[in-house]
Design a protein around this ligand. Structure first.
Ligand code: FAD
Length: 509
């Protein structure tokens, strides 16, 4: 008999992990061994547009977790299961094979994943196994922040106001620090009996998702794995000053930043956060998306720094504005859970479902569109060529090209640049936002359906942006705000590096 915790791609940590904590409590109560299961699912990764960088990051984190768990005699069993449809049976078969009566996991809010977990609960019941899935991803779980009419919010600002008040009213619940398994748990003795049974090292690569050796080294340098790294990055963000242009392949933990509470990145975040040419933001998104760091720990850290018993999200100070960014993350998960159509490729604003984009689908009225264009004397753009140029950073718009090359090289780019590149694709090239959404998902280390879809639909004006569809970013004025020195462009678009001063961002006449 035993207890199983099924770790997923979004909860790669041991500390402050609700499902793991509950599983370990259960093991302690029944004096049973605890086993951690991870299922690698290549079909799932293809279906969710997961790229090789993200899979590599997952495997690097798993290796660290395996080592930490082994110190507690808790085995991490990694299974590769190729067929997505049969994942529920695979999970239950494993649970049965070790005679476990309890299975725990953290909820994933995408439609397919919710359906999968419902099916697991049904199969588990038939096999006499109790399966329990709990909230862990957000600070305030979806469904809690509701309008007076008990509806989901569809606009961020009122959501955020309600979010902060709900959070402060229920701090002990929302910010619970979930206890990890402890070497002092008497049930750990049972785990010792398993020693040797599951002793397989976790894989270092997955067929179909291999990175080139060069990319692998770069990703290890830019995004080192492990919870201790993420916690250190959080502390650096909260306590040290921003450095200019740390945008290349840099070690984000390299020494060199001065300790300064008053001018720390977070203290000046309200003014500096839109600067993409300095490391103005935390760069924690890959760690948050993979669950390597707990979002509750991030909020608790802001309270500790302010020596406060409440969470502050006021716009008056950097820390409050940063807390608001974390609320955006919760907001998009709430949207995903409340309006499942957004994870099925549908626009949030359904009235925009019939927009005919340049890269029209077969079922769209192509002939009519071509006819209309001919009448207006508009020359046709080759959509596939335009998409490829956008992906390769060869549009001829320096800030867009810098953003796109940065994504490809680092698997990450600053929020403002994501918005500029996304708006350019949708509103200048008139390409379907879903093309960009998919490409970002493949490339981003922090790829997350809720935030990525939210960001894309916001940029395309098919989503929750309160401004109308004709809000269009001018890539040149945006370039001046996001990269006033032009250093970011010089770094990622080297063919322009010779251009001095502001010439690099000036709009050609
Ligand atoms: P910080 O500024 O330090 O913010 C702290 C944390 O708050 C972030 O790590 C992130 O978890 C959260 N956050 C901040 N801004 C947002 C936001 N606008 N929406 C949701 N959460 C936010 N973020 C992802 O995590 N995954 C994605 O796949 C993703 N795709 C995006 C696509 C587009 C088109 C756009 C415009 C934005 C997207 N974002 C996505 C949001 C945002 O760009 C990143 O979260 C941010 O750049 C991460 O950098 P940071 O960790 O330094 O953020």
């Amino acid at each position: 008999d035993s207890v199983v915790y099924w770790m997923r791609m979004g909860d790669l940590r041991i500390y402050d992990n609700r499902a793991l904590s509950l599983a370990s409590k259960q093991a302690k109560k029944d004096n049973l061994p605890l086993i951690v299961l991870f299922i690698l699912s290549p079909q799932d990764y293809i279906a969710h547009d997961r790229g090789a960088k993200r899979i590599d990051f997952t495997l690097r984190n798993l290796a660290i977790i395996q080592e930490a768990l082994s110190k507690l005699d808790i085995p991490l069993k990694v299974i590769t299961h190729p067929v997505r449809r049969t994942l529920p049976t695979a999970a239950i078969s494993f649970t049965e094979s070790i005679h476990a009566k309890h299975l725990y996991g953290n909820i994933e809010y995408e439609v397919d994943e919710l359906r999968r977990d419902i099916s697991i609960c049904e199969i588990a019941r038939k096999h006499g196994i109790s399966a329990q899935f709990v909230h862990n991803k957000c600070v305030v779980e979806p469904g809690v922040v509701r309008t007076k009419q008990d509806r989901a919010y569809t606009v961020y600002s009122p959501y955020q106001r309600n979010w902060i008040s709900k959070l402060n009213d229920g701090l002990s619940h929302f910010l619970e620090n979930c206890a990890p398994p402890s070497p002092n748990d008497p049930s750990i003795r049972q785990n010792k009996l398993l020693s040797g049974i599951f002793d397989e090292p976790c894989p270092v690569s997955l067929a179909g998702f291999e990175l080139s050796e060069e990319d692998k080294q770069m990703m290890q340098l830019v995004w080192p794995a492990g919870e201790s790294v993420a916690l250190e990055m959080l502390q650096r963000f909260l306590r040290t000053k921003a450095r200019p242009s740390q945008l290349g392949p840099v070690d984000p933990l390299a020494p060199g930043a001065e300790e300064s509470d008053k001018k720390s990145r977070v203290a000046v975040y309200q003014d500096g956060r839109n600067r993409a040419d300095i490391d103005s933001s935390s760069r924690l998104s890959p760690y948050l998306a993979a669950g390597v760091i707990s979002v509750r720990a991030c909020i608790r850290a802001t309270m500790e720094l302010r020596k406060s018993k409440t969470v502050d999200s006021s716009r008056q100070n950097g820390m409050g504005v940063w807390v608001q960014e974390i609320a955006w993350r919760d907001f998009y998960v709430d949207i995903l859970a409340s309006f499942p159509r957004v994870s099925m490729g549908r626009p949030f604003l359904e009235k925009y479902a019939d927009v005919v984009w340049e890269d029209y689908q077969e079922d769209q009225p192509r002939a009519k569109k071509e006819e209309a264009k001919a009448e207006q004397g508009v020359s046709s753009l080759d959509p596939q060529d335009a998409i490829q140029r956008w992906k390769d950073g060869l549009t001829g718009y320096p800030i867009v090209d810098a953003a796109m090359r940065c994504i490809k090289e680092m698997g990450w780019v600053h929020n403002r640049l994501r918005m500029i590149a996304a708006m350019f694709l949708v509103k200048d090239l008139m390409i379907d936002w879903r093309v960009g959404e998919r490409y970002f998902m493949e490339q981003l280390m922090d790829g997350d359906l809720a935030s990525n879809n939210g960001g894309w639909q916001w940029s395309a004006s098919t989503g929750t942006d309160a401004a109308p569809y004709f809000r269009i970013f001018n890539p040149y004025s945006q370039s001046q705000k996001a990269d006033p020195s032009g250093e970011l462009i010089r770094r990622f678009v080297p063919e322009l590096a010779e251009l001095k001063g502001r010439f690099i961002i000036r709009q050609p006449r």
